[in-house]
Design a protein around this ligand. Sequence first.
Ligand SMILES: [Zn+2]
Length: 467
Amino acid sequence: MLQSLQSVSRTQVLGVVCAILIASTGMSSQDDAEGVSASHHETQKRIIAAGLEDGFAAEWLETLCDSIGPRLTGSPQMDSAIEFAVKTMRDEGFDKVWTEPVMVPHWVRGNEWAKLTSPVEEKLNISGLGGSVGTPRKGIEAEVLVVSGQEELDSRAAEVKGKIVVFNPEWEGYGPVVKYRGGGASMAARHGAVAALVRSATNVSLNTPHTGVMSYEEGVPKIPTASLTVEDAARMERLTDRGVPVRVRLMMEAENLGARRQFNVIGEIRGRELPDEIIVVGGHLDSWDVGTGAHDDGGGCALTLAAARLLHTLDLHPRRTIRVVLFVAEEQGGFGGRAYLEAHADELDRHVAALESDSGVFAPDGFSVRANEAVVERIATLAAPLKAIGADNVRKGWAGVDIGPIVDQGVPGIGHRCKNDKYFDYHHSPADTFEKVDPADLAGNVSAVAALIWAIAEDGLPRDGAE
Ligand SMILES: [Zn+2]
C-alpha cells in the first residue's frame, strides 16, 4: 500500500503512517514504543542471521589493512584507500557513489629515533606525535625532567629550562591523560623545555608506543614531541626519583607540508519511499601510519559499509536513504566531518540520524545516542531485537567525532558500541593490525548496525531530536 503513496506529499505519507501506527497501538506517534511492528522484528531477525554469515566485512578489512596498509592523512596510501572504497561501493551496486573534497593537513613522520644516553646507552621505542615539528638533523640531547602532569610541571617551572620534559601521568582513562599528548609540548615549551615526551595513552603495554595528534598553542615556541612507551616512562620516573640523572637524545625528521586535497567517500542505497530523508552511517578511513588501523577505524568503515551492502544484497529496499560516509582526516583533527557539514548544511533537516562506528571492533554491545530522551527511547525500541546478539544496550552518550559537526546542528547522533575494554591496548600503535579483529565479532557488528539502520530507515525517529 505504501508504494502507491509515492506521488502524494511527504507530509501526507507521514500522516497516513502515523495514523496507522496510532490506530494499531492506541499511542501517539511521539511515544509509540510499540510502533515497531512484529513484521519489522522478523525482518530484523533475517538481517541479523544474514549478517552473522557475511564474510564481506572481514575480507574488505583484510584487503584494506594488508594490501593498502596504514592510511595516514595526506599520504599516497590514503589516496589508494579512497580509490578502493569508491570501487567497492560501485562494484557492490550502491545506487550513487561520489567523493567530496576536503583540505587536509599533510604531516610526514620521516625517520625518528631516541636513546637513553645516561645512565646507560639504550634504544628507546618512540612514536612522534602527529603535527610535531622535527629536531635538528643531529637531534636534541638533554636531561629529562619527569612530571606527573601540568600541576607538577608548573610547580617545578624553574627546573624546566633546557630540559626534555617527560609527562608520565597516571592512567585514569583516555580522556584525562590524552591532554598531555595533545598539548604537552606547548605546556613544556612555555617554561623553556627543548622537547616533550609523553607516556603513551594506554593502560596496557608490551613496550609499544602509541601515537596520536598534537597541536601547538599560538605564541609558544614549537618543540618536537613524541610518545614514550609505558615501560620507558616508568623507568625514567624510577631513576629520577632515586636522584639518578637521565639523559635522552631525540631525533625526528617530522615535517608539516601544509594542506592537500583528499576526499570523503560517499555511497547511497536510495530510499524506496522517502529518498530525500537520509540516515548517515560510517567511520573514518584514515588511520595512523603505525599499525594498519584495523580497529581504528578500518573496522568501523568495513562494518558500516557491509551493513548497507547487506540490506542491498538481501533485496531489502529501505524506506529512507542509507548514506554511507567514509570520512578523511579524522585523526588529525576531524577535517572530513567539518567538510561534510559545510557541503550538506542545506539538507541537514532531511538527515534523520547519523551513526558512526569508531571505537574498535569487538563483541557487539549496543549504541550510545546523542539526542533527546524521545530519540534515545525510540532507538532502544528499534534495537530491542538485537538482544539476540548482545547489541541491545542503548544509552545516552557520545556519538562520534566525524558526525559531531552535524550532530551539533541537531541531527540525532548514534555511536556504535562494542565491548571494547581492550581498545586502548592497540589504539594508535603498531599493534593495531588485522589479526586483532575477530571476524565473528566483526560480523556481529555488521548484523547490529544493519538491523538498526534498517529499522530507522523504515520508521524514522521523532522530529526535533536534538539534545
Ligand atoms: Zn578513530
